[in-house]
Ligand binder design. Structure first.
Ligand SMILES: Nc1ncnc2c1ncn2[C@@H]1O[C@H](COP(=O)(O)OP(=O)(O)OP(=O)(O)O)[C@@H](O)[C@H]1O
Length: 356
């Protein structure tokens, strides 16, 4: 089931507000004009695929610009970008909650938004925080979500709710009113709602946003568990280290456009490491590195570093020998691995400014 995002990002988090109820597949289907799918099915190993997907809002804002995205089955796919880069708008198009201006999207092999009614029952989603009734217990909130799913058998509801609560570690707090839940508990309850039924795809929009480190760890470990059971997870985040920790694949967005996509290892490999020489003879060391053609040589207190460049591993012994030969007293020498953040900066020429 897809939970309805509120139009205001904060609205979905307010447990006491009367929320928009979760969008039952049939309700979502009726919101979008149905037309016969004409696009060919994508390769079976892609759970999400978009071509030229574009969304321009009425005010003229181009939120998503010609997106070509491919999410392999079985991946934990990180959808990464600073605030305002178009992640939520993309997810809302993928879930059939808004129609694209142009381009096409397929989810689980079917065109969206046309096939929203048959696709959404196979997808669990948590978008902009769960919509909860604060005056109901966690258990009763889940029962309401389950009841909104026309495919869910009411006779086995209690068991599904019990199992979902257990899986997210909320059994002990099941009887507590949702308004008394911490933000992390609310997120976990939202995940439980998304996991009431076995799903082929789990879509999570910034699931750790606003959580403390413990809450973040809990959500990440749940994501890993779900993925280990074979569910593909599509996860948006503006946290680079989160993507590095949890995801197998990632796509990077900037200003509505896709910068790059691939495995996390491939993306991180694009980030050139820095060669670091620890020494008190910084001027001499900087001279040796520059003489060997290294770019970006920077000397600071007790340390000189430079762009390692590709193939750095092969030139390290030569450089080390040259430093020693020049009388540089080397205390430490090596390449510090580049991070995804370095890769982002290298690819976009921009800092990864989460404020957008
Ligand atoms: N309903 C809307 N009407 C007009 N502009 C919108 C609407 N929704 C989003 N935008 C704009 O589209 C751009 C992309 O927003 P979007 O929410 O998709 O980004 P995001 O990457 O998910 O960022 P965040 O992490 O802050 O949610 C932003 O400039 C935003 O202001």
């Amino acid at each position: 089931m897809v939970q309805a995002p509120s139009t205001e990002p904060t609205g979905g988090r307010a447990a006491d507000a009367r929320p928009a109820p979760g969008v039952a597949p049939s309700a979502a289907a009726s919101a979008v004009p149905a037309t016969a799918p004409t696009a060919p099915a994508p390769a079976a190993d892609h759970v999400i695929s978009t071509t030229g997907l574009t969304k321009r809002f009425r005010g003229g804002q181009l939120a998503v610009d010609g997106l070509d995205l491919t999410v392999p089955r079985g991946s934990v796919f990180g959808f990464l970008g600073p605030n305002g880069s178009g992640k939520t708008t993309t997810i809302r198009m993928l879930m059939g909650l808004i129609a694209p201006t142009s381009g096409r999207a397929t989810v689980l092999g079917e065109s969206m938004p046309q096939s929203v009614g048959s696709v959404l029952p196979r997808v669990g989603a948590l978008i902009e925080g769960p919509a909860l009734y604060g005056f109901l217990s966690g258990r009763d909130n889940l029962a309401r979500y389950d009841a909104a799913d026309p495919t869910a058998d009411p006779r086995t509801r209690d068991q599904r709710v019990r199992e979902a609560l257990d899986r997210v570690g909320l059994t002990a707090a099941a009887g507590k009113k949702a308004r008394a839940y911490s933000l992390g508990m609310k997120q976990r309850l939202g995940l439980a709602a998304a996991l009431l039924q076995p799903r082929e795809l789990l879509v999570l929009d910034e699931p750790t946003n606003g959580l403390d480190p413990q809450g973040m760890r809990e959500i990440r470990s749940l994501v890993r568990e779900v993925a280990a059971e074979g569910t593909t997870v599509f996860l948006s985040s503006h946290l680079l280290d989160e993507i590095e920790q949890v995801c197998t694949h990632a796509a990077v967005m900037s200003r509505g456009r896709l910068v790059v996509q691939g495995t996390v290892a491939e993306l991180a490999a694009r980030a050139q490491g820095r060669l670091v020489v620890r020494t008190d003879d910084t001027a001499a060391a900087a001279g040796v590195l520059a003489a060997h053609g290294l770019a970006g040589v920077v000397a600071s207190e007790g340390r000189v570093d430079a762009e390692a460049g590709h193939g750095a591993e092969d030139t390290l012994p030569k450089l080390c020998a040259a430093l020693v030969e020049a009388g540089v007293r080397v205390r430490g020498f090596g390449v510090e691995r580049g991070t995804l953040e370095d890769a982002f900066v290298a690819m976009t020429g921009e800092g990864f400014d989460v404020a957008g």
